[in-house]
Design a protein around this ligand. Structure first.
Ligand code: ATP
Ligand code: MG
Length: 830
């Protein structure tokens, strides 16, 4: 047999041997073995078809890398790169192969990259696993001798880890790409911090620019949304060996394909793949906005979060690395056209440096503050110190900056955080003798001025392309009315109408589908409206509908939301369309849990806590994965006093209203708990809680369910008949019990939303609830389902069906609450 025949027969022989003995070799299309290497277009694919490994080319240049990408994602998304610092120029004359137990990349016989395992063994195979891990296994012992998860590129996989080994001092640190076309290590690293028990983003392996906050056993304190009640399950282990952090997806149905990336722009981003839209959806990122990333625009660069380019050089400065700057890598910053005068201009006889004024700026980092009688003194103080590069005079104090200026931001004209600052430049910065400088100053001024103008006129039509581009990145956007008119084809496709206005479907030019809500009756002033909007827009959680932007032009107030393709829960629960299947019990349970998690976030975890005040199935939207998202949070406060009108005139809402709305008690988060409980009953029955029977009687389901829960009947008899009794009895019992606790008249007895989550997660048991008082009344009183307790005789239930009365009552409540200064009053109008 010659060598060629050998190559052919040996794998076949081994193949048969594998069946006759316990053999751990894998010679399928998922592995590289002594007999199978990668070259040219050849790739290997993990056994379940999740990942592919082979040569790829990230940019236009002929630079090839060995990389791993998602096989099931149409837009090639690389998650790991082997030779990230040393590309090859020709993939056909390059080969990735196993040599003496090492995986080595050669180009024309020269070694480019290697796993550098010290083991000399011919029985090693490289297998691509379905989790996105390339492992080298020693066939003789079936031990893993090397794995790509120990050498992450920029992606942190579910199941992968960040770690620090005390004994070896080894760390796993995903490091950003240099830019979108260069996988070489960039400026940002994602690291575990064994001292603070947290994870953090570092810039340039030195300065810490963002931290998750310490792990308290359940959440990271600065980002509770990613651990508690979210789609992630984190595990943080700290022991004698070191620290170790990993995560998994809590809900396997949501975002089946997903990735966490340390992005080259300095943000950690979590994406989920939307198969029906064939695109990645960004659902979490930190720091929140691009301008919050430390030194994003480098020295003397000015950041703005609204229009592109995101960075501009100050007048009198030009980009230090023109090519990277134009390709979007701003980290090199800007440099002066002309250096500052050294020495005192008075003694040298040369012209002193001048200062250029900049308004609406976020100041650079690290000012030094001292008192000065006036601005002129402050200026001369700066001028006399050659290292002083800027000054500001604010509230009778002088602020000066020494050395390079970082983290300046151009704010919009109506942003109250904007301040004036004077930047020092060479006097010829405004001289007519130096063309270069003139261009620099004028060009820079124009760039910054245009940013200001664009911000001021951001609702103007010309801004739409960039505006929409930013919308896609998850930043809150101010849309022009015309933009939304175009996106919704003149508001032609109405999705529904509620108490706050009508909702229309729309599509942005980048194909993102949106839902636009035209608000009616907003009584707030412009500034307050914008403040509220920015609070709502900053709230991001997988179980909350994301507010992408807004429009505020005179009395035209519109909100732009992410679109939930499966509509609202009421239609699935109460009126499934002909072609829709009945919501199975397991799905109902998942939706209940997801909704509860969204509410926990609103009540307890987000920075400005919010009481929803209008929980009902119409406000639980379902995305393409049937993942629930709570809608319309924050609207109670936004529409202010008109909210009482909404509550009392809307059909449907009334049945979910907690008694304290009417009885005069303070409105707390427990009002949402009550509404949530009412809704839970509807998950079980598949119908509205109050239903008129053919003979005119009103059946009040919670009363029926409470009766059964008290041990007076079989739980499955009250289950939605469409489910054909296919449901977990324990789960149904749990939900009914929780619901009974939630609708207790005394709000102090009701559980909190986080207790509810724990019960639904099965972590905590739920006791037998007390009989909810007065429920029987609903069976006996058929006229109306709303119970408004009479203030004069609160022991009796007074059935009140006049919305006008209720409206004035609720308004009175608002006023009372203000004067009484109750503790939690998020639903009130101020
Ligand atoms: P309320 O005004 O009390 O919230 P509502 O929820 O019935 O009552 P709207 O919020 O105006 O009224 O919504 C009307 C309908 O529009 C919803 O029931 C839902 O079906 C649809 N809808 C609203 N927002 C979205 C969205 N982001 N994606 C998809 N459909 C939506
Ligand atoms: Mg709604």
């Amino acid at each position: 047999m010659d060598a060629k025949q050998n190559l052919f027969f040996v794998p076949i022989l081994l193949f048969f041997l594998c069946f006759s003995t316990t053999c751990h070799f894998s010679f399928g299309a998922d592995s590289i073995s002594a007999y199978r290497s990668l070259s040219g277009d050849r790739t290997i694919v993990s056994s379940g078809g999740n990942f592919e490994l082979g040569f790829f080319k990230p940019g236009k240049l002929s630079k090839y890398y060995i990389g791993m990408w998602f096989k099931k994602v149409s837009a090639q998304t690389v998650v790991w790169v082997a030779n990230r610092e040393k590309p090859v120029t020709d993939k056909y004359s390059s080969e990735l192969k196993l040599v003496d137990g090492n995986l080595v990349l050669y180009e024309k016989g020269t070694e480019i990259w290697s796993t550098d395992t010290k083991l000399k063994s011919s029985s090693v195979v490289a297998v691509l696993l379905d989790e996105g891990n390339l492992v080298l296994r020693n066939g003789s012992s079936n031990t893993t001798v090397w794995q790509s998860w120990d050498y992450p590129t920029d992606t942190w996989f579910p199941g992968g880890y960040l770690s620090y080994d005390k004994r070896t001092n080894r760390t796993q640190i995903p490091t950003s790409w240099k830019n979108s076309e260069d996988p070489a290590p960039g400026l940002y690293t994602l690291e575990i911090d064994p001292i603070g028990h947290q994870f953090l983003i570092r810039w340039n392996r030195s300065r810490q620019i963002w931290t998750s906050g310490a792990w308290n056993g359940q959440i990271f304190t600065n980002v509770p949304e990613i651990a508690s009640g979210s789609i992630f399950n984190f595990t943080y282990i700290s022991n004698n060996h070191g620290d170790y952090l990993t995560y998994f997806f809590a809900n396997s149905s949501a975002y089946i394909i997903s990735r966490s990336v340390m992005d080259y722009n300095g943000q950690i981003k979590q994406f989920g793949w939307l198969p029906d839209q064939q695109k990645w959806s960004l659902f979490w990122s930190e720091p929140n906005t691009q301008c919050q990333v430390n030194a994003y625009c480098g020295a003397y660069g000015v950041c703005n979060d609204i229009f592109s380019p995101l960075c501009n050089c100050l007048p009198g400065f030009k980009s230090r690395f023109e090519k990277s700057w134009t390709s979007g890598d701003y980290s090199g910053g800007c440099q002066r056209y002309m250096e500052l005068e050294s020495g005192n201009a008075y003694t040298t006889g040369r012209k002193a440096d001048i200062f250029q004024i900049h308004s609406h700026m976020k100041w650079p980092d690290n000012p030094q503050a001292f008192s000065a009688v006036n601005a002129e003194r402050c200026k001369s103080n700066c001028l006399s110190n050659i290292s002083c590069t800027a000054y500001a005079y604010y509230e009778k104090a002088c602020f000066t900056w020494n050395g390079d200026l970082f983290n300046m931001q151009q704010l919009s004209v109506d942003d109250s955080n904007g301040r004036v600052i004077y930047i020092r430049i060479h006097s010829s910065g405004s001289s007519k003798n130096n063309k270069g400088i003139i261009y620099g100053v004028v060009g820079g001024s124009i760039a910054i001025l245009s940013v200001l103008l664009l911000i001021a006129f951001r609702r103007h039509k010309s801004g739409i392309a960039t505006v929409i581009e930013r919308a896609a990145e998850g930043t809150m956007v101010a849309f022009g009315y015309k933009d939304l008119q175009t996106a919704t084809k003149n508001f032609s496709e109405m999705l529904g109408k509620g108490g706050f206005g009508s909702v229309y479907k729309g599509t942005l030019p980048d194909s993102t589908v949106i839902a636009v809500k035209k608000l009616e009756g907003v009584s707030q002033g412009e500034k307050q409206f914008r403040n509220e909007i920015s609070t709502i827009g900053n709230i991001q959680h997988i179980n909350l509908v994301h507010l992408r932007g807004f429009c505020s032009q005179g009395n035209k107030k519109l909100l732009v939301y992410e679109y939930a393709s499966n509509g609202s829960l009421d239609s699935h629960l109460f009126n499934p369309k002909k072609d829709e299947s009945i919501l199975p019990w397991t799905r109902r349970y998942e939706i209940a849990l997801g909704t509860a998690r969204g509410l926990v976030y609103l009540h307890e975890n987000c920075r400005d806590c919010i009481i929803h005040c209008d929980i009902k199935p119409e406000n639980i939207l379902l995305d393409s994965f049937m993942c629930p998202k709570v809608a319309d949070f924050g609207l109670a406060k936004l529409v202010g006093r008109n909210f009482s009108r909404v509550l009392t005139t809307m059909r449907g809402t009334r049945g979910y209203l907690a008694p304290e709305w009417i009885s005069g008690g303070a409105i707390t988060a427990k009002a949402d708990v009550y509404s949530f409980g009412m809704m839970l009953f509807e998950f079980v029955s598949g119908r509205r809680n109050s239903e008129q029977t053919r003979d005119g009687k009103v059946n009040f389901f919670p009363a029926i369910a409470a009766n059964v829960i008290m041990g007076r009947g079989d739980i499955l008899t009250i289950l939605d008949p469409n489910l054909n009794q296919v449901a977990d009895v324990e789960e149904v019992t749990n939900i009914c019990r929780v619901a009974c606790w939630c609708i207790q008249e005394n709000e102090h007895v009701r559980p909190t939303m986080s207790q509810i989550v724990q019960i639904l997660e099965g972590v905590v048991d739920v006791d037998m609830p007390p009989d909810p008082r007065g429920l029987q009344v609903f069976i006996d009183n058929e006229d109306d389902i709303v119970f408004f307790t009479d203030k004069a005789s609160s022991s009796n239930l007074h059935i009140q069906s006049d919305p006008a009365w209720a409206s004035s009552f609720v308004e009175e409540q608002y006023t009372n609450k203000k004067t009484q200064g109750s503790k939690i009053q998020e639903c009130e109008s101020d």
